[in-house]
Each structure stands twice: as C-alpha cells, then as structure tokens.
Design a protein around this ligand. Structure first.
Ligand code: ARG
Length: 463
C-alpha cells in the first residue's frame, strides 16, 4: 500500500499505479547507508548549532545508527511502498521517536539530500572499481610477463603489419585500463564536495554549518552554490562516462579475443568454463563471455546518452527528471564491475597458442619494414629504402617466395648494393622484435619496463 509521509497543501494522493510511477525506492534503496550517514551528520550539526536541542540530536543520531544496524542485519526490511529511501528513513525515525524524529529535516530538502547521498555512494564505491581495474590490469601484466618473447603479428587495418610480442599486445590493453583508473580518480576529485545545506535550492534561514557537515562526511569542502548543488549531475555524467570509456576498452579487447578464438586466427583457447556450447551444433565452443562484454558496452554507452539527454533541457535548479539519473548511473557501475571480473577470469584461464602466433609471423612480409630500416642504417634515405624493400617484396611474390629471407644475397644486391650477409639476422620475427627497443616498443626488456611502470601507476591513489 502506498504510504505518504507528508502531503503539504495537497489533500489528494496519487492512486497506486501513479504512485508506483513516481516512486524511486526500488532504485535508490541502495543509498540507504549513505542516506543515514548524511542524516547523522546533518542532525549532529543541527544540535551543535542549537537549531534543535542537543539531546534530541543525540537521540536521533543514535536511532539512525540503530536503523542502519537493523537494516544491515536484516531486522528492518525496506518498504518499497514508500516513495523513496529518504522518506523511508524519515518515516522509520518518526515512527520510532515521534516528534523528536520530526526534527531531522530542518534546514534540509530531499534535493540536497539525494545529491549528498549519491556523491557519498560514489566516494565509497569508486575506489572498489579502481581496485577491480587494478586487479584486471595486474592479470594482464602477469600473463604478459610470461610471454615477453612470444612473437605474434601486430595488425593495422586488421592486416598483418609487423611482429610484436603477446606481452606487448597485452600491455597495450593494460595501459588503457590504467588511464581508466586515473580517469576515475580525476572524477572523484570533483565529486568530493558536499552539497548538504543547500536546501531545496536556496539555502536556509537557519544557521547551518556547512563546513561542519562537509567535514563530518569526509568531503574536501562544501559545494560553492546552492542552486548548482541541487541542479548539478556532473558527478553522474563523469562517472558514467568513465564507465562507458572503460567498457569500450573491454569491448575492443574482447573483439581481439573473439577473433583470436576463431579457427582462422587460432591464437587463443578459452577455458571450457569460460565458453559455451550450442543448442544445435554439437561441435561448438563459443566465446560468449567476450561477446557479452562487447554487447554490454553498448548498454553503458546508452546509460551515458540517457544522462546527457536527461540533463540537456532542464531548467535550473532541481527538476524531478533528475530522479531518473540513478538507474543509468547504477547500471553503468554494476555492468562495468561485472564485466571487469568476467574479463579477468576469462583471460587468466585462457591458453595462448604460441606456435600458431609464431607461424602467423611468416609469410606476410612482416619483415619488410626491418629491411627498409636496415638500409636506413646503412645510409640510404628512408623513402629510397622503402622503395627498395617494396621492390624486394615484389620480387619475392613474382618468384613465389613467402619471406624476404628466401632471396639470395646476390638477388638482394640487384636491388641495392647496401645489402650484406648480416641482413639475414635482421629478418627473423624474434630479431625484429628484439631490435625495436624504442621506449614503448616491443623488445622484451622494454616491455618489462612498461610492466613495472604500469604496476607502479596502478597502485597510485591519485590520478
Ligand atoms: N527521489 C528524488 C530524486 O531522486 C529525491 C528528491 C525529490 N525531490 C523532490 N522535490 N520531489 O531526485
């Protein structure tokens, strides 16, 4: 049955269906502990400022703690027949304390209350997501460490381009996740302001101490403007955007994995518990987890678009439309968390088919750039060297050869006198990789350095 705590000037209430339509408790009930935390800070400040009697403040504070414990222990069940979590808690408090409970909402509106609840929730939960990111990054880095010398083709335009190592490829993914972690840290820095004390939009005539509530809740400082405080949803936008970017990263990694798991590539074998069969084709082993992560990235993009669209036409300050922010925000957080955990499990248990990777480096003339750079080292201008190497590739194709190493030194010298016996050392994928020692490059000791640097960054607190 719908329950209304206050109706103000209104004498009629919405019917059951209309009430369900405007209610948000099924979504915002997850803010319950933050809502209580915010109320305790508020009421303590009301007491300290002499706005309500100290004794009443103390009673309310204690009761709120009891309510939190009752909920955590399952002794108090959140009643979804109430409009939202703020009304539910105030209702329980009033039912338990009578008139004393009715003092809690002085100088406060659900508009600043919901803003502080969500900010607190994000302050609590973003570090957990950052830890998921760190662990996922660490999984990538430790698998990478086992494959520092595992050569594989690197692709551009999905065409074989130059030999790299599996480690280099996995560290490329980890580098993206490390930026994601830092992006969340940047968002957190702006979330870290307390809107409490802004009231409905215009502050209060009561002598609220906003510094005190901000401090008590662990915020860096109070927000600057009361209208902005209740209208602003940048925190939801930024965090959902961080989630969407990370999901797009995971989606691209999964796209690689899905390709690698095909018979055509054959670079990866996913563990059976991270694969699914087909209801009709008995032979199938499908990479459904990777596909689902790729699919869910679309949902999180949708969450971000939902929020941007929600906010676009809203007049200042608070509008009820803003209630719709939470479903998208929570969905983005939940989906990212689950996806990171699934991605990690799938990757850690996969087997890499290193012999197939090595074989794929043969036959596509991936060594052509090394030939050009060999000639550059011998003094030829790059554009000339590029032409010579291209000519050598053409010669190979014309002769039905699949690797530049199949040409004799004599044949190579027909194209440039600069070729020497040592060209052959430069041609193996392994040598090619080992020689590319530029910072960020695929040489094993260089990738090892990148791994160390990323580990250091992943364990940083700040951006
Ligand atoms: N459930 C509401 C929300 O999430 C709380 C604020 C309601 N404020 C109001 N003026 N009706 O936005």
């Amino acid at each position: 049955m719908a329950q209304v705590l206050w109706s103000g000037r209104l004498s009629a209430t919405p019917d059951e269906e209309a009430f369900a339509f405007e209610s948000s408790i099924t979504v915002d009930q997850r803010l319950v502990l933050e809502d209580i935390e915010g109320s305790i800070a508020h009421v303590t400040m009301l007491g300290a400022q002499g706005i309500i009697p100290e004794e009443a403040a103390q009673k309310i504070g204690e009761e709120l703690k009891r309510i939190a414990a009752d909920i955590t222990e399952g002794k108090l069940v959140i009643d979804t027949g109430v409009e939202d979590i703020h009304s539910f808690i105030e209702g329980v408090l009033t039912a338990r304390l009578g008139d004393v409970g009715r003092m809690v909402h002085a100088g406060r509106s659900r508009n600043d209350q919901v803003a502080v609840d969500v900010r607190l929730y994000l302050k609590h939960h973003i570090p957990e997501l950052q830890e998921e990111l760190r662990q996922t990054g660490e999984t990538l880095l430790s698998v990478a460490e086992q494959h520092l010398t595992t050569v594989m083709p690197g692709y551009t335009h999905l065409q074989r381009a130059q030999p790299v190592t599996l480690a280099h490829h996995l560290v490329a993914w980890a580098a993206g996740l490390e930026r994601d972690r830092a992006r969340f840290a940047d968002a957190l820095a702006r979330i870290d302001e307390c809107p409490l004390g802004s009231g409905a939009l215009a502050g209060s005539t009561l002598p609220l101490d906003r510094e005190a509530t901000s401090r008590a809740l662990g915020f860096r400082r109070p927000t600057i403007n009361s209208m902005d405080s209740v209208a602003d949803r940048d925190f939801a936008l930024e965090v959902t955007s961080c989630c969407a970017i990370t999901m797009v990263h995971l989606s691209r990694f999964c796209e690689d994995i899905i390709l690698w798991a095909t018979e055509e590539f054959g670079f990866i074998e996913l563990a059976e518990q991270w694969s699914t069969g087909s209801s009709i084709m008995p032979q199938k082993k499908n990479p459904d987890f990777a596909e689902l992560i790729r699919g869910k990235s679309g949902r999180v993009t949708g969450d971000l678009v939902t929020l941007l669209t929600l906010l676009k036409g809203l007049p200042y300050a608070y509008d009820r439309d803003l209630q719709e922010d939470k479903e998208a925000l929570f969905d983005a957080l939940d989906t990212l968390r689950a996806s990171l955990r699934m991605f990690r499990g799938m990757l850690a248990s996969a087997r890499f088919r290193t012999e197939r990777m090595a074989r794929s480096c043969q036959g596509g003339f991936l060594e052509a750039t090394d030939v050009a750079e060999y000639l550059v080292r011998r003094g030829l201008p790059f554009r000339r060297a590029h032409e010579v190497a291209a000519q050598v590739v053409r010669d190979c194709i014309a002769a039905g050869q699949r690797h530049i190493g199949e040409r004799t030194l004599e044949q190579l010298r027909e194209r440039s006198e600069l070729f020497n016996e040592d060209i052959y050392e430069a041609l193996s994928p392994r040598a090619s990789v080992e020689r590319r020692r530029t910072a960020g490059g695929p040489a094993p000791e260089e990738v090892q350095r990148q791994i160390g640097e990323l580990r250091r960054r992943f364990s940083r607190k700040e951006g």
